[in-house]
Design a protein around this ligand. Structure first.
Ligand SMILES: Cc1cc2nc3c(=O)[nH]c(=O)nc-3n(C[C@H](O)[C@H](O)[C@H](O)COP(=O)(O)O)c2cc1C
Ligand code: SF4
Ligand code: SF4
Length: 287
């Protein structure tokens, strides 16, 4: 699943340009990439804004996206495809008469058939998907963080390397060069979809596996930051609902490390991209 066929062609499209960059992040990696997209677009003298996907879904504010000449959509890979919340977002987008879109996907190491799935969905809804790029953050640092090693410096280096790829992608995008990332075969695509179906099932069942330890001091941060409003605090408990997108934000952000996913996370370190405090501030800005 790691190999992909690339297709590049030059088709000039109108670059006037006001760009909206919609992103979703669980642990912060996609936020870094999305930020860099915005900066790189601004450096080309275009207008660009960063938009939070979860807020658009929460407010049902899809209409606000129509004003952009070009729409970027960035998200992490979950089970070789889009996170559940992102899939919901894509499916709820209003029909378009050819609004140009670019996709950027962040993964540990494998994106499966994610681009094919998103491209097909967007194309059916009338969008013109022009540019696709994927960025690997590497699963090694995630595993190292889980093992309790501090990975901030290495992660920052990795983002600095990815920066060059982002600059190239943006230059290409604004020059009207189309790029697509296709699955190797129909089998790859089908397998990818199967894996994702299991993941969706896992999302719905996740509440049965979340545990909150006595260390919880009921600060409420998990509930405040959950992108799907899936966490509720009562007088006695932290309660998880059925709307989980398995972004693992709650688990990683909990200051007391009180949230566990069954036995999988017990005694393990936590993973957050560098600068997550800033992301938290951005995510909690009341709008
Ligand atoms: C539920 C879940 C499923 C994931 N599935 C994949 C996968 O199939 N392939 C992969 O390369 N990375 C996978 N990852 C790793 C994330 O894509 C990767 O860590 C990404 O950088 C996270 O971005 P974020 O920090 O913006 O949330 C998965 C992560 C989670 C939480
Ligand atoms: S973030 Fe952690 S400590 Fe705070 S309420 Fe949630 S589980 Fe409890
Ligand atoms: S409950 Fe936790 S893992 Fe699930 S969507 Fe909310 S923050 Fe993400």
């Amino acid at each position: 699943m790691g190999y992909h066929r690339f297709e590049v062609s030059q088709r000039t499209y109108e670059v006037t340009l006001r760009v909206g960059v919609v992103y979703f992040t669980g642990t912060g990696n996609t936020w870094h990439i999305a930020q860099r997209y915005v900066q790189a677009i601004l450096e080309h003298g275009k207008q660009a804004e960063l938009l939070r996907l979860e807020e658009i879904v929460r407010k049902d504010d899809y209409a606000s996206l129509e004003k952009y000449d070009l729409l970027g959509i960035g998200y992490p890979i979950h089970a070789w495809n889009a996170p559940r919340l992102v899939a919901e977002f894509l499916k709820r987008l209003p029909r378009s008469k050819g609004q140009p879109v670019f996709l950027f996907i962040i993964a540990g190491s494998m994106v499966g058939g994610a681009f094919d799935w998103a491209r097909e969905l967007l194309t059916i809804r009338g969008y013109a998907v022009l540019h696709e790029a994927r960025y690997y953050t590497g699963s090694d640092l995630f595993l190292a963080a889980c093992a309790g090693r501090a990975v901030d410096v290495e992660l920052s280096q990795r983002f600095a390397w990815l920066d060059m790829d982002i600059q190239e992608a943006v230059a290409e995008l604004l020059a009207g060069i189309e790029r697509h990332v296709y699955s190797q075969s129909v089998l790859d695509f089908a397998l990818s979809h199967l894996v994702w179906r299991f993941y969706l099932l896992g999302c719905r069942q996740a509440r049965r596996y979340f545990r909150v330890a006595d260390a919880c001091d009921r600060c409420g941060l998990c509930a405040q930051l959950c992108p799907t409003g899936n966490i509720r605090l009562t007088d006695a408990q932290v309660i998880f609902g059925q709307a989980c997108t398995l972004c693992l934000r709650c688990l990683n952000v909990c200051p007391r490390r009180a949230i566990q996913l069954a036995w999988l996370t017990r005694g393990k370190g936590r993973y957050l991209a560098p600068g997550y405090e800033k992301i938290v501030r951005e995510l909690t800005i009341p709008t």
